[in-house]
Design a binder for this molecule. Structure first.
Ligand SMILES: [Ca+2]
Length: 202
């Protein structure tokens, strides 16, 4: 067999394998099977939603995505492929293999539970997230620039939504490294409490 023919066949095999591999990766990332998880009926605007969606390329830890519920069945979150977007609450849950929700702690020992501050903090967090829609995803680790919101990722969006300096300062990154805010860093924050997920009444 002539060398040119061998090279041509080899090239075809390699390019076919490459196409298959790219297809597999794209499919694996974007076509997660839908789950039958449904949002709990007692969510409130400002609640922070955690998702485990099987994306093993996501952040380290159990939860690999986090978003903000802004009310009226809408979630704002930040995706690698899309940047900051609005999506449906139901879509957030059907994309989840498991999910949880947390909210700013309601205990009287917290300074924000006095003089209506909690309501103001939550409405400002929602407004902040809405103002970020359309911003690009931050591809590289945000070392030293976790407060720069020209580019965002899912954890950083939530962190900055609840960290309005100089008006107030609630650092939801529980390990406070300011290098990378993973969904797990937020999930374990002592400033949040679990939303009791009552089943819907059918
Ligand atoms: Ca961190």
């Amino acid at each position: 067999m002539p060398v040119a023919r061998i090279l041509k066949l080899g090239g075809m095999v390699i390019s076919s394998l490459l196409i298959l591999w790219v297809g597999w990766v794209v499919g694996w990332i974007y076509l997660h099977p839908e789950s039958d998880l449904a949002p709990p009926p007692n969510l409130e605007p400002g609640d922070i939603l955690f998702q485990e969606n099987g994306d093993k390329w996501g952040p380290w830890g159990y939860w690999n995505h986090v978003g903000l519920y802004v009310g009226d069945g809408v979630v704002i979150d930040c995706w690698t492929s899309q940047g900051v977007v609005k999506r449906t609450l139901r879509g957030f849950y059907t994309d989840s293999q498991s999910a949880a929700a947390k909210r700013l702690a309601t205990g009287e020992d917290k300074w924000w539970n006095k003089d209506g501050k909690r309501e103001k903090i939550i409405s400002d967090a929602i407004r902040y997230a809405q103002d970020q829609v359309g911003k690009p995803y931050q591809l590289w680790p945000p070392i030293g620039k976790n407060r720069d919101d020209s580019e965002l990722n899912c954890g950083k969006l939530i962190l900055l939504a609840y960290c309005h300096e100089p008006t107030w300062y609630i650092n939801l990154d529980s390990n406070s490294d300011w290098l990378w805010t993973t969904p797990d860093d937020i999930y374990t924050s002592p400033y949040l409490e679990e939303v009791p997920c009552f089943e819907g009444v059918s």
